[in-house]
Design a protein around this ligand. Structure first.
Ligand code: F6R
Length: 259
């Protein structure tokens, strides 16, 4: 470590994360969905941080199925989303608001007042971030489910390279790689916003329990970097190693470069 590391990084203790590797992406989905259901069975008013993106689609599908077929109730849970593009209209099919409604919220019995996602339509993203953060800090998050950025981004939420361990909910500019990877969700790739409102690294680390899910070979480099490289802001997900209860749930492609 060099003398220029901020004090907040220097004073942290590092833990060894648990790593679970499944042969297939479907088994990853099933395992994560089971963790969420078990948590709700133990505490029906659990507070969750939830991600969007392609990785958790299978997990949401299984949770909706569990609601429909096994009568698992989400009525008392509280959800904080990790992030939302800014600016974006809530009705835009690529907004995370729309994603959550389409994949999860519309199909379960969660109370809408218990679902919190930053407003991509807010006129001032910093004010919106502050409002979100205030609400988040009034809650103890039981479980955070995270995806991870593609390529060399190593982002969690939209904490791109350079994000500090003590960063809080804020507007952040998207990495070029992130914009390229996510442009496919926009009918006109140039339409993808330059930035997003994201929970900060410190917000994510407040959760009592964290599960990071990664599937496919586009995540392999990052997973190895996060687990085996130095902890620091050039790989924001590596800050998860400062948390005592993190599990990486990977398919074999995402785990392919782990040594
Ligand atoms: C989304 C989020 C992001 C994604 C990450 C991976 O809410 O916070 O960090 O988890 O960009 O996205 P996918 O799953 O599409 O590869």
């Amino acid at each position: 470590m060099n003398g220029k590391q901020p004090q907040s990084v220097l004073s942290r203790r590092e833990y060894k994360p648990e790593i679970i590797i499944f042969p297939t992406a479907e088994e990853v989905d099933a395992h994560v969905a089971e963790q969420i259901i078990s948590q709700i069975q133990v505490k029906s008013n659990s507070v969750f941080t939830f991600p969007t993106g392609s990785t958790p689609e299978g997990m949401y599908k299984l949770l909706v199925e569990a609601h429909k077929t096994s009568h698992i109730s989400f009525r008392n849970i509280v959800i904080f989303n990790l992030d939302e593009y800014w600016p974006i209209r809530r009705g835009h099919p690529s907004s995370y608001y729309w994603y959550m409604k389409h994949h999860f919220i519309n199909h379960i019995d969660v109370q809408l007042t218990n679902w919190h996602i930053a407003d991509g339509e807010a006129s001032d993203p910093s004010e919106e971030a502050e409002k979100f953060e205030k609400l988040l800090l009034q809650n103890d998050v039981d479980v955070a489910i995270l995806g991870v950025g593609p390529g060399t981004t190593c982002h969690i939420g939209f904490n791109e390279k350079g994000s500090a361990v003590d960063s809080r909910t804020r507007y952040n500019t998207l990495d070029r790689q992130t914009r390229i990877a996510n442009a496919k969700y926009f009918s006109n790739p140039d339409e993808i916003p330059q930035g997003a409102i994201t929970q900060g690294v410190a917000d994510i680390l407040r959760a009592k329990r964290i599960f990071l899910i990664a599937k496919g070979e586009s995540k392999a480099w990052g997973i190895n970097r996060i687990i085996n490289g130095a902890v620091g802001p050039d790989a924001p997900a590596s800050f998860l190693r400062y948390h005592h209860a993190v599990t990486f749930i990977l398919d074999k492609e995402a785990a392919n470069l782990l040594h």
